[in-house]
Design a protein around this ligand. Structure first.
Ligand code: OSB
Ligand code: MG
Length: 374
């Protein structure tokens, strides 16, 4: 496939409910979509960069201009037979993994469509059904959080993860455990604690959580290893794992008991698979993280979650939890058992609603400019 042009678009999609983490609140997603135009085939992907540089240094504006100025030009005009070749072509640009992932994944998507094969098979998946959990943000009150948990449990989700920060942690766990002593419960701090909080974090053990995700600094694996030695609860790393070498270091130091794989944070499907594989070799389970994706990124997460070492319920949940109307058809749906049945169709198995995408688009640009846009 020759990469002829890349189209960037920004969509505005209001969330049905705000999503709050220790680093801030999101009410409306600025969704960045990438289309790779290749020999009559289109590959689509979503760049998961946020509205501001809070989860990581990347945000929608850095991703947009890094793709336009540097990454797209490295791919345009190239003949590519497999999406996995993109990583090498873009290696000259340091970092900017979410921007790179959008391009690489768009080419995997194009490859699956061109070969008329399911993307999940191309990625090496084996599961026909994936296990789903939910990530529930910080709420305005404990009561509101308990109501949300009740709704998600009734919907069948297999694991509840709550966002925590100092002042929204122990008392919240106490109330949840009082009402639901047996559910699979975990938490995600998005780096809200420091080494001064070890004593405090040790109290989390009382609530037999499945994991405590990314309690400390986003760039510090060594301190997580020290913390893990102090805790019974497994640490799960998210922000810290940016490529396979980070995963290797974390496993070498016993810094965590599991890893959250996010394809955007890792720079594309190839690195996500590489991290999956080293964890598998070391007997460490992984699960698929979420970044409040539209149906396009979500469908890619579904495909990735079919790999064998995705042994824990992920943050990949139903479209309707986020959006009044998603941009794919059918929308991503979850069974009463808290699973997603993976479509055995060519590509992702979810069709893009192009008219709706057009309607939600607030900005669009094609590189190079002279080629007609999508
Ligand atoms: O740390 O997993 C995270 C959303 C934005 C940034 C970081 C994270 C999250 C989530 C959302 O937890 C999970 C979802 O998509 O439902
Ligand atoms: Mg996280």
């Amino acid at each position: 496939m020759k990469v002829e042009a890349i189209t960037l678009r920004e969509l505005r999609m209001p969330l049905r409910h705000f999503f709050e983490t220790s680093f801030g609140r999101t009410e409306t997603r600025r969704v960045l979509l990438v289309t790779a135009h290749c020999d009559g085939v289109e590959g689509w992907a979503e760049c998961v960069a946020g509205e501001g540089p809070f989860y990581s240094y990347e945000w929608i504006e850095t991703a947009w201009c890094t793709i336009r100025e540097f990454l797209a030009p490295l791919l345009i005009g190239k003949k590519i037979t497999q999406g996995r070749e993109c990583g090498g072509l873009m290696a000259r640009v340091r970092g900017h993994h979410m921007a790179k992932a959008a391009l690489e994944n768009a080419l995997w998507d194009a490859e699956a469509r061109q070969k008329q094969q399911p993307l999940w098979r191309l990625l090496g998946g084996t599961r026909k059904e994936i296990a789903c959990g939910v990530s529930i943000g910080i709420q305005s009150s404990h009561q509101q959080l308990l109501e949300k948990i009740e709704t998600e449990l009734a919907a069948g989700y297999q694991r509840i993860k709550i966002k925590v920060k100092p002042g929204w942690d122990l008392e919240v766990f106490r109330q949840i455990r009082e009402r639901w002593p047996k559910i699979l419960l975990s938490c995600d701090a998005n780096s809200a604690y420091t080494t001064a909080d070890f004593e405090h974090l040790r109290q989390f053990d009382e609530f037999y959580l499945q994991m405590i995700e990314q309690p400390l600094w986003e760039d510090d694996i060594v301190q997580h290893a020290k913390l893990q030695r102090e805790l019974k609860t497994p640490v799960c790393l998210d922000e810290c794992i940016r490529h396979v070498r980070d995963a290797e270091l974390a496993l070498e130091l016993d810094a965590c008991g599991m890893i959250n794989i996010k394809v955007g944070r890792l720079g594309g499907f190839s690195q996500a698979i590489a991290v999956h594989d080293v964890c598998q070799q070391r007997g460490i389970p992984v699960w698929c993280g979420g970044m409040l994706e539209s149906g396009i990124g979500r469908a890619h997460n579904v495909a990735l979650s079919t790999l064998p070492n995705f042994r824990l319920p992920g943050d990949v949940s139903a479209s309707k939890r986020y959006w009044a109307e998603d941009i794919v058809s059918p929308e991503i749906e979850v069974t009463a058992q808290g699973t997603i049945i993976v479509p055995d169709l060519a590509g992702t198995g979810y069709e893009i609603k192009k008219d709706l995408v057009e309607k939600l688009t607030v900005r669009k640009e094609t590189v190079p400019t002279r080629v007609a846009s999508a």
